[in-house]
Design a protein around this ligand. Sequence first.
Ligand code: PLP
Length: 452
Amino acid sequence: TYARSNLAAIDAAHHLHPFSDMRKLNADGTRLIQRGEGVYIWDSQGKRYLDGFAGLWCVNVGYGRKEITDAVARQMNELPYYNTFFGTTTTPTTLLAEKVTSHAGPHFNHVFFTGSGSEANDTWFRMARVYWSAVGKPSKKAVIARKNGYHGSTVAGASLGGMKYMHEQGDLPIPGIVHIGQPYWYGEGGELSPAEFGLTVARELEVKIDELGEENVAAFVAEPIQGAAGVIIPPATYWPEIARICKSRNILLVCDEVICGFGRLGEWFGHQYFGVEPDLAPIAKGLSSGYLPIGGVLVGDRIAEVLINEVGDFNHGFNYSGHPVCAAAALENLRIIEDEKLVERVRSDIGPYFGKVWGALGEHDLVGEAVNVGLMGALQLTADKASRTRFERPDAVGALVRNHALANGLVLRATGDRMLASPPLVITHEEVEEMARIAKIALDAAWRELRS
Ligand code: PLP
């Protein structure tokens, strides 16, 4: 229906893209993705790619799940829209609230729905301040976040995020948001062991709390594993120390589960993998496997009780908070994850297999380390393995490998000199092998070019 031979020209003329160098798009044309099935996508030229990035870390159940599209069509026909303001709800919205909280820890019994992960981060940011005011500590307003964290593109989301190139646009962060370091041992650990480095970076939180004054700090936010920063897997010492500090200093702990949630790490939520209990947890992406936009915040009992009984009316919400059609898609998506035991599959079958096959890429001369937890992995590119030397132009090397992978039919994301992988949770053993085989071809081709 939409076939137009000049789509690339139309796109360049009318479409402003997020996070894309639009000068290049105008010159080279955009890639038009037309179809998806399982772990594969096809572009307008009919070329097939293994989507090693699950769209944007979200298509957990894979493409082409008719169960979801059927559920969406049914809900569309019955009730395409209603809101959740002023005490109303819809059936899928309420059932989704029950289902999603059933998979979180026992202290998570409530969810506040949003349309996206960014809105989810804006939501908990206000909620945390409202909570502290309601319990008589209105000065607890500041939020501590991390360098290179990613929490979305809204004003609060981009401020909570620690991406310098985002802060530079729009004069961010907004007041009241400060950043500490990230547990990126390969790049910043120097002579410290990973365990020592994990503790050192975690203790920056305590130093920052002292600097700001405990009575002024509302919360600390972090992704269980930083995603957009390059799949930065913290040393084992990191999370227990962070949890200890938040508890002893009475600071809310917020785990951003937008990527790590819904099975990617072999647990329903990333904080469960690291054994910590956050007070608030923004979610999105894998909640609906990206089939329709929906997000939310899991709200711990401590905060929910105050919101319900003390605050009563939280003056916050979105037209699409708990949208019935998106909720129907999410419900069916969660049913698939449950019925196909995808979380257990990542934990005990495909995750370890991916670790073995992807991990073997660590032998490559261009790869300093190949890491993963479950189906979230990265390759650190290096100019010299022994000394962990980085390339002078890390972005260019990452882009080189990514482009060779694309040319050979594999989508990987490059963040600087780290190649990121996050395939659908339904990926088979053979498809994992195909991913690694093409990644190796891309690494070989890049290595040859870099040395010539
Ligand atoms: N938080 C994390 C950890 C993310 O990775 C993202 C998106 O990639 C977001 C928040 C923002 O989500 P959205 O793009 O749905 O607003």
